[in-house]
Design a protein around this ligand. Structure first.
Ligand code: HPA
Length: 254
């Protein structure tokens, strides 16, 4: 059974092809599993090995903006916890607020700010999953981050660190919102990952997450934002991202 899971963000679905001895299970065949509707997101669970370690790769995820509840968004994470996964590596596309992380940069998430107004742990607590009130101090495991950063350095792949601010979407932000988010300490803004990290941390799983800065956030550059730009940058960076993921998965599984 896999000890580590990898969640593929927008445009990274192709990584599933890197899994050896793969067993592919379409999400549609798993009872209760929500189906992704976003372009650039496939929909299957791929079990196999990457760089010699057994992993579960989630090719495609669902988002709050699709109309799913935070519990539905976190369903896959909770299944990973239930099948014995100990650590999860999330990837996503994000808008960049920090000018030192240019378009196409890879950024390891150090912490998040939840402005989604949602949380998969709302409602009656399932004590078999985790405690009612849980700590988020080390949600993005410092130990995993340090191992991932040294691996990236070893490979010569620049990997920045930053704070991810999660919003429901589906619109990209306004320039005024982005100025506000800069002031409160965000380096990245995106529409995923936060519900999953909350559910994972609730269950005591270790998380790591890497964003690809697919575009500079609204108002930071004069350009209008589009999903095409997000996918295009994702495609451009994919080779490097895949190389990094293959190298760090054994660190995440350790
Ligand atoms: N904002 C929110 N989510 C995103 C962005 C953005 O600019 N780019 C990719 N995902």
């Amino acid at each position: 059974m896999p000890r580590a899971a990898l969640v593929l963000g927008s445009g990274l679905g192709g990584f599933a092809a890197e899994v050896e001895d793969a067993t592919k299970i379409p999400y549609a065949d798993i009872p209760g599993w929500p189906r992704s509707t976003a372009v650039g997101h496939a929909g299957e669970l791929v079990l196999g090995t990457v760089s010699g370690v057994p992993v579960a790769v989630l090719s495609g995820r669902v988002h709050l903006y699709e109309g799913y509840t935070a519990q539905q968004v976190a369903f896959a994470t909770r299944v990973m916890g239930k099948i014995g996964v100990k650590s999860i590596l999330f990837t996503n596309a994000a808008g960049g607020l920090n000018l030192s992380h240019g378009q196409g940069s890879l950024v390891l998430i150090r912490d998040h700010i939840n402005l989604m107004g949602e949380n998969p742990c709302l409602g009656p607590n399932d004590d078999t999953l985790g405690p009612r009130f849980f700590d988020m101090t080390d949600a993005y495991s410092a130990e995993l981050r340090s191992r991932i950063l040294s691996k990236a350095r070893e490979l010569g792949i620049p990997l920045h660190e930053g704070v991810y601010l999660g919003l429901k979407g589906p619109n990209f932000e306004t320039p005024a919102e982005i100025r506000f988010f800069e002031r409160i300490g965000a380096d990245l803004v995106g529409m995923s990952t936060v519900p999953e990290v909350l559910a994972a941390t609730h269950m005591g799983l270790r998380c790591a997450a890497i964003s690809c800065v697919t575009n500079l956030a609204a108002g930071i550059s004069a350009e209008k934002l589009s999903h095409e730009e997000v996918l295009e940058t994702g495609r451009r960076v994919r080779g490097t991202f895949v190389r990094l993921l293959k190298a760090i998965l054994p660190e995440v599984a350790r």
